[in-house]
Design a protein around this ligand. Structure first.
Ligand code: PEP
Ligand code: CO
Length: 453
């Protein structure tokens, strides 16, 4: 079937947002569509090259940020902190593995959310679940949760301000961030030795002058190494941002890459139809219910030419299920010789509620899923090229465990996520170290017997 910018409208729209005033919505969408793009085709093409390199084992990808960004995050310190934590994680991984690392933020537009439950009960009122600040306010009342089209325009402005500041940081001020004293590594006990490691590392970056990559980290000084992403959920909005280029291809110019969520990856649904027509690289979140055949059909639909710079597969299976499910998925993708770049999202399959009803994730489950994924890829001769995390540079208390040994009762202290629980600063650094050292280890034991064989 022929693709067009609006052919997705002929399909079922999962996770649809229903607006009362559709005329108002269309007016806003028209205005947004006339505004300048946020990213360029050249930058998107650069990211595609990076993805192709990562799928050939020559690069890593770290995609990370908030579950749901808030408009109030559009603040210099908050943005700098996010850019910094991502940069630090990339630095750790690059240095340990002697390979360049591409950073993709869940930033500058991650304002729309899918939800498993459309409604929630608050004070005996049934109200819409929070769907992101692009849609409505976080405030829990019937009136404030009504979708408001004006927020889409605010989302565009906040995205462009955020991105502008990121570009400014990367162009000028960034070397100051690299000063060891500004790494702000106020660590609890047990990690001092690592603090010293970071400091030595950042000194090394500042003093590296060679144009070759001596240890995988020199590339980090290049300006073209930070990309943006968000879930491509709100199709009317994504359509508005999508433009036809001189090469006749269509690009979504609101972010360098978009991902297809676990709840919207239905092969016959509207989201897959939209995604198959854009030339940006795309991520596909894969939950435990997917079958190997379904995954292959999805890849074939989204990347019919089997380009090696197009698909990032992002399993989010959970620490206990990954062992049974991931090998079958990898085997079928390898058997078909599909070119993909495998990432691991160790967050979304490991979410649960505490006895007090707060959503959390345990750091040991997160590192366990990562460890299993790395090992399974090694045994099957494929390659885990990156990691997809929900994190923040702030000292929040949302995930439990880690060096600080956060407990369920600590979650009350500083839980500020608008949606899913994020790793805090220390936990993020810890995961980066764990991930890098696990990647480096060449463990050849066969610990995963393939059920499918
Ligand atoms: C997310 O990344 O925040 C998300 C909702 O992921 P998934 O689609 O994998 O559940
Ligand atoms: Co999330």
């Amino acid at each position: 079937m022929k693709w067009s910018l609006s052919s997705w409208k002929t399909r079922k729209v999962n996770q649809e947002i229903f607006y009362q005033d559709t005329l108002h919505l269309h007016k806003i969408l028209n205005t947004l569509s006339s505004y300048p793009p946020l990213v360029s085709i050249r930058e998107i093409t650069q990211l595609k090259k990076n993805i192709a390199e990562a799928s050939k084992k020559n690069r890593f990808i770290i995609q990370a940020g908030d579950c749901a960004e808030s408009f109030s995050h559009c603040h210099p310190q908050v943005i700098a902190q996010k850019v910094k934590i991502l940069f630090q994680l990339a630095t750790i991984i690059a240095n340990e593995n002697q390979k360049p690392v591409t950073q993709i933020g869940r930033i500058a537009g991650q304002y729309s959310k899918p939800r498993s439950k459309s409604f929630e009960m608050v004070n005996d009122n049934k109200i819409f679940s929070f769907r992101g600040e692009n849609i409505h306010s976080t405030e829990a009342s019937v009136a404030t949760r009504s979708p408001d089209p004006k927020r889409l325009e605010r989302g565009y402005f906040f995205s462009s301000l955020t991105l502008n500041f990121i570009r400014t940081l990367n162009n000028s001020y960034f070397n100051q961030i690299l000063q060891p004293q500004s790494w702000q590594l106020q660590k609890p006990q047990g990690i001092e030795q690592r603090v010293e490691e970071y400091q030595n590392l950042s000194k090394k970056i500042l003093t590296t002058t060679s144009s070759v990559i001596p240890n995988g980290i020199n590339f980090l000084r290049s300006k073209n190494n930070f990309f943006t992403s968000h879930e491509g959920l709100h199709l009317p909005l994504e359509q508005g941002f999508t433009k036809k280029a001189a090469n006749n291809k269509h690009y979504n110019l609101s972010a360098h890459t978009l991902w297809l969520g676990e709840r919207t990856r239905d092969i016959s649904g509207a989201h897959v139809e939209y995604f198959r027509g854009i030339d940006n690289p795309v991520g596909i979140k894969i939950g435990p219910s997917i079958s190997a055949d379904e995954l292959c059909e999805l890849i074939r639909t989204l990347n019919p030419l089997n380009s090696c710079d197009k698909i990032m597969l992002i399993p989010r299976l959970g620490h206990s299920k990954v062992i049974n499910i991931l090998p079958k998925l990898i085997e079928s993708v390898e058997n078909k010789s599909f070119n993909v770049c495998w990432l691991s999202d160790p967050m979304h399959g490991n979410t649960y509620k505490t006895s007090l009803g707060q959503k959390t994730r345990n750091l040991s489950h997160i590192t366990s899923e990562l460890r299993s994924s790395i090992q399974i890829h090694k045994e099957l001769g494929s390659h885990l090229a990156g990691v997809h995390l929900e994190l923040t540079g702030e000292n929040v208390t949302e995930c439990i465990g880690g060096i600080e040994n956060l407990k369920p009762e600590d979650l009350q202290r500083n839980y500020t996520s608008l949606c899913d629980p994020r790793l805090n600063y220390t936990q993020s650094i810890e995961v980066a170290y764990d991930f890098s050292s696990m990647l480096k280890k060449t463990d050849t034991r066969k610990s995963f017997t393939l059920k499918s064989r």
